[in-house]
Design a protein around this ligand. Structure first.
Ligand SMILES: O=C(O)CCC(=O)C(=O)O
Ligand SMILES: [Fe+2]
Length: 232
C-alpha cells in the first residue's frame, strides 16, 4: 500500500486539493444546478428529515441514463488510489449528487453503514463542484480514527465533539471517507450546497451496504423509509 493508502487507513479520511480541474467542475456544477432547479422537492419523508436532522436531496444521474459524470468514474488516478485502499476487485457502487438549500441543517453525525463488521463498508469518494466556505456554510466535519472504534456514540445529532476536524473543500477537492467514520455537514448559510459522491466497495461487500445508516439517535433503513432502531 502506498503512503496515501496508509494515511487513509490511519485517519479514516483523506483530502486531496485541486484533484479535478476547474473546467470539469464548472461543467458538472452547471449540470447539477440544471437538474435541481431553484426549489427542488425533498426526496426523504418528514420523519427522516426531522428525526435525523439531515436535509439533503440525493440524485443518481446514471440511473436516469445521464452519463455526464462518466469522466469521474473513468478517472485512472482515482481508481488506482481506490485500489490501493480497498485492494483488488473493489467495485464502483453508485454515484450520487447531493443538494442542500439555503437555511437547511446539513447532515447530522452519522456512519453511512452499520460498523459491526469492520470488513464491510462503503468508501465515499466525494468531490465538490464549488467552494465550501464560511459564506456557503456546509463544511464537512470528521472524527479522525473513528472508523476503527465501532458504533457512533449516542448524543446530540450536531454536537461539536472534541478532536473533530472541520474540512472546507474547494472546487475540485477530492475527499475520501471510510463509511464507518463519524461525519456530518454543517448547516447551509449560502444560496446552496452541492457535493458529489462516487461510492465504491471492497470485494465481497453487498451492494445494499448503504441501505442502513447509523445516526447518534437512530438507525434508518432507506429502502423501506423507516427508523429501525431508536438509540438512547
Ligand atoms: O457532502 C459531504 O461533504 C458529505 C456527505 C456524506 O455524508 C456522504 O456522502 O456520505
Ligand atoms: Fe455520509
Amino acid at each position: 500500500m502506498n503512503e496515501l493508502g496508509r494515511k487513509f487507513w490511519k485517519e479514516g479520511y483523506l483530502v486531496i486539493e485541486n484533484y479535478f480541474d476547474d473546467e470539469l467542475m464548472d461543467y458538472l456544477n452547471h449540470k447539477i444546478i440544471g437538474h435541481y432547479g431553484h426549489n427542488p422537492r425533498w426526496k426523504h419523508n418528514e420523519e427522516f428529515l426531522d428525526k435525523t436532522e439531515t436535509e439533503v436531496i440525493p440524485w443518481f444521474p446514471f440511473r436516469e441514463g445521464n452519463n455526464d459524470f462518466q469522466p469521474i468514474e473513468d478517472d485512472q488516478g482515482l481508481n488506482d488510489l481506490t485500489e490501493s485502499i480497498l485492494g483488488k476487485d473493489w467495485k464502483q457502487l453508485y454515484l450520487m449528487a447531493m443538494f442542500s438549500k439555503k437555511g437547511t441543517r446539513g447532515q447530522a453525525w452519522h456512519q453511512d453503514c452499520p460498523p459491526e463488521n469492520n470488513k464491510q463498508f462503503n468508501l465515499n469518494r466525494l468531490f465538490y463542484t464549488h467552494d465550501i466556505t464560511d459564506e456557503t456554510g456546509g463544511k464537512t466535519i470528521v472524527m479522525p480514527g473513528s472508523h476503527l472504534t465501532g458504533i457512533i456514540s449516542v448524543g446530540d445529532p450536531h454536537e461539536n465533539l472534541k478532536n473533530q476536524v472541520v474540512l472546507a473543500p474547494k472546487k475540485g477537492t477530492l475527499v475520501l471517507l471510510h463509511g464507518h467514520i463519524w461525519h456530518r455537514v454543517r448547516p447551509i448559510t449560502g444560496s446552496y450546497r452541492v457535493s458529489v459522491n462516487s461510492r465504491a466497495i471492497p470485494k465481497d461487500t453487498p451492494d445494499d451496504i448503504t441501505d442502513i445508516a447509523v445516526y447518534r439517535n437512530l438507525r434508518y433503513r432507506f429502502s423501506t423509509n423507516e427508523v429501525i432502531e431508536e438509540r438512547t
